[in-house]
Design a protein around this ligand. Structure first.
Ligand SMILES: *[C@@H]1O[C@H](CO)[C@@H](O)[C@H](O)[C@H]1NC(C)=O
Ligand SMILES: *[C@@H]1O[C@H](CO)[C@@H](O)[C@H](O)[C@H]1NC(C)=O
Ligand SMILES: *[C@@H]1O[C@H](CO)[C@@H](O)[C@H](O)[C@H]1NC(C)=O
Length: 276
């Protein structure tokens, strides 16, 4: 199990080799090549069923419910080289009585949650896996805020946001959304995230227990380990990463997030929605 955590960190650290990943992705998934070459704005992916995935609002119930989860699809960050996530294991086309797919992905791909054991060995050893995450933290009122675009989430940036005491869940929308990073297949390590002092400031000065962010890590790449370590120290803060926050007004919503009950895993895909 420790090896699994090590592999996850290893993958994160390998990400600067994004040119290699992009090339591999183009070879493996020629249909997704456009997602990498579009530099003018977010690209639209064409899913296997021909459905278009893009930054538009995905609403249900006449706008009452907004999906803030990215569709899990091949060629998405951080592991664009990963093969098809879902593939037919048995197919009627090939003589089976039924179609049956299998799912294959690493647990920190697309919209996902980190458990305290992700970067804290004591918490991992104590069994603080995704199945122990507090559903009360993952479900309740949440504030969507815009982080000033010129900065990572430093202590100074946190202070400038003036998030009132008592607020327990905050979704931080950043330059990552403007840059459409989740719509590009290659991992981009210049993404915005928390610096170590920003994470520590949040721990020391706010009541925030759910930290939502719009790219694959709550921690900026230069503070990848240190900012995570600051968040995980007390095992009471839950980072939810790679949320789809495009085109949603800032403000207060009801947030509902449900991870899979993956016993022993330090991460899980998570479905998150906002209710107005
Ligand atoms: C089963 O999978 C095949 C591809 O092998 C597809 O053509 C067919 O539409 C699928 N059938 C159902 C019932 O989903
Ligand atoms: C059906 O079998 C062929 C030959 O083994 C294989 O190439 C193809 O991928 C299979 N298709 C599905 C949908 O399982
Ligand atoms: C945020 O930090 C990363 C390095 O971790 C850097 O590449 C990026 O330019 C920074 N972004 C801003 C807006 O300061």
């Amino acid at each position: 199990m420790a090896a699994r955590a090590a592999i996850t960190i290893f993958l994160l650290i390998l990400l600067p080799a994004h040119h290699a990943l992009a090339t591999a992705a183009s070879d493996a998934h020629p249909g997704y090549a456009d997602a990498e070459t579009d530099t003018c704005g977010p690209a639209l992916d064409l899913g296997a069923a021909g459905r278009r995935y893009g930054p538009g609002l995905e609403e249900y119930g006449g706008g009452r419910i907004v999906d803030i989860t990215h569709a899990y699809r091949p060629g998405m960050p951080p592991d664009a080289a990963a093969g098809p996530l879902v593939r037919l294991k048995e197919s009627m086309e090939n003589g089976s009585d039924y179609n049956l797919s299998e799912l294959r992905m690493h647990c920190h791909m697309g919209t996902h949650v980190d458990a305290p054991g992700h970067m804290n060995q004591a918490h991992f050893a104590a069994g603080l896996d995704v199945d122990t995450l507090d559903l009360d933290v993952l479900n309740g009122p949440a504030l969507l805020v815009d982080v000033p675009r010129h900065t990572n989430i430093t202590a100074e940036a946190m202070e400038s946001l003036n998030i009132p005491k008592g607020v327990r869940r905050v979704l931080f929308r950043t330059l990552n959304t403007d840059r459409g990073l989740m719509w590009k297949a290659a991992g981009d390590m210049s993404y915005v995230g928390f610096t170590e002092d920003g994470a520590q400031w949040l721990v020391d000065n706010t009541d925030i227990k759910l930290v939502g962010i719009d790219y694959i890590s709550v921690a900026s790449f230069d503070h990848l380990i240190t900012a995570h370590v600051a968040f995980f120290k007390n095992a009471d803060i839950i980072p939810v990463e790679a949320l789809k926050l495009d085109n949603i007004n800032t403000g207060l919503y009801m947030l509902h997030c449900l991870p899979l009950r993956l016993v022993g895993s330090e991460g899980s895909p998570i479905r998150c929605i906002l209710i107005k």
